[in-house]
Design a protein around this ligand. Structure first.
Ligand SMILES: [Zn+2]
Length: 112
């Protein structure tokens, strides 16, 4: 069996806006917060979360600058990442253990 795996980058706009100075527009204008994260995946479904970065993006010109958020804010926003992109490898491990245990049980029952 051939497993397709790799790395992917996803950008999620967050429901958070604020007025900030844009160096490109040279005015105070509305900026939206976006989350960009990398994850290693198997079949694009089961993943392991890699780096996460937050950007403040100008709504007029799309110029973005990286934002440093404190840990509480990070944890709050990271919840938007799909569960299987964060803990997919754990799910594979649990399914593997359950499958192996099930196979041993069926095998031992059939020998009696
Ligand atoms: Zn701008």
């Amino acid at each position: 069996m051939f497993a397709e795996y790799g790395k992917d980058t996803v950008v999620i706009p967050l429901d958070h806006t604020s007025y900030e100075h844009c160096p490109k527009c040279e005015t105070n204008c509305l900026h939206s917060l976006v989350l960009q994260y990398e994850y290693t995946h198997v079949y694009y479904i089961f993943g392991q979360l890699g780096s996460q970065k937050f950007y403040s993006v100008c709504d007029k010109c799309q110029h973005g600058s990286e934002r440093n958020l404190d840990d509480a804010d990070r944890r709050g926003f990271i919840r938007v990442i799909p569960f299987l992109h964060r803990y997919g490898f754990h799910v594979i491990a649990v399914l593997g253990i359950l499958g192996t245990a099930g196979a041993f049980m069926v095998n031992s029952l059939s020998k009696k």
